[in-house]
Design a protein around this ligand. Structure first.
Ligand SMILES: C[S@@+](CC[C@H](N)C(=O)[O-])C[C@H]1O[C@@H](n2cnc3c(N)ncnc32)[C@H](O)[C@@H]1O
Length: 207
């Protein structure tokens, strides 16, 4: 866009904005980043530190706690009522293999985001929670089979193979495939939009 001479890139972690001086920034904005950060309080404290008095914070985060655990009749949004017992075994396999660093994705909800912003010193804090439910879209079976919920998790096929015997796996996968290809089920989405402002007053902005 011909704007690179007006940009400066600083590589740093949200919880340690090394290289960004205190009170030097007008706006901090992130999307789907804090969900990966274990030390969320430190990230909020850093956002507050680098903002100038009157500076603003605007973030979006998915709220996994409002989407998971799913009811027993659903698997990733698709209907598996006929094989709910097998579904529980596959879900348990995903839970068993979940890497500790992924805890950060599930250890907060929208009220925590408001508390964190308030606690680090933001003057005004507002959060809008979006909850949605819809029919899942028809999916491509082959790609779903080899997909994982995140790069640190097993694929669907790996989790099914590890948790079910051959007959159970065939039974579970054919029920799931039918729902995926017909788009049967219920998808839940949840996300929080938070905005906050650092006070103009130098005394209140100390943090
Ligand atoms: C799901 S992507 C979101 C990317 C982009 N904001 C968007 O909405 O498309 C998550 C991003 O968080 C970044 N990230 C993960 N841990 C982080 C940390 N501790 N500090 C800063 N960024 C981090 C990753 O590098 C990745 O770019």
């Amino acid at each position: 866009m011909g704007m690179s001479d007006r940009c400066r890139f600083v590589e740093a972690r949200a919880e340690g904005l090394v290289g960004v001086v205190d009170r030097s920034v007008d706006v901090v904005t992130t999307r789907s980043v804090l969900i990966y950060v274990s030390r969320k309080r430190d990230a909020f404290a850093e956002f507050f530190r680098v903002l100038r008095p009157g500076g603003r914070l605007s973030i979006f985060e998915p709220i996994n706690r409002r989407m998971f655990p799913e009811p027993h009749n659903l698997f990733w949004g698709w209907d598996v009522s006929a094989v709910a017992g097998l579904r529980d075994q596959v879900v348990a396999e995903f839970e068993r293999t979940q890497r500790p660093e992924l805890k950060a994705m599930f250890d907060f909800d929208e009220t925590d985001l408001v508390s964190l912003a308030r606690d680090v010193g933001f003057d005004t804090v507002e959060l809008y929670l979006h909850l949605g439910e819809s029919r899942p879209r028809r999916g491509d079976w082959e790609s779903l089979l080899h997909s994982s919920p995140n790069p640190l998790a097993p694929t669907l096929l790996e989790a099914v193979t590890a948790s079910l015997d051959r007959r159970q796996a065939t039974h579970f996968l054919s029920a799931l495939q039918a729902s995926v290809e017909a788009g049967v089920g219920r998808c839940r989405t949840a996300g929080a939009y938070l905005r906050a402002r650092k006070s103009d007053s130098p005394i209140e902005s100390q943090g």
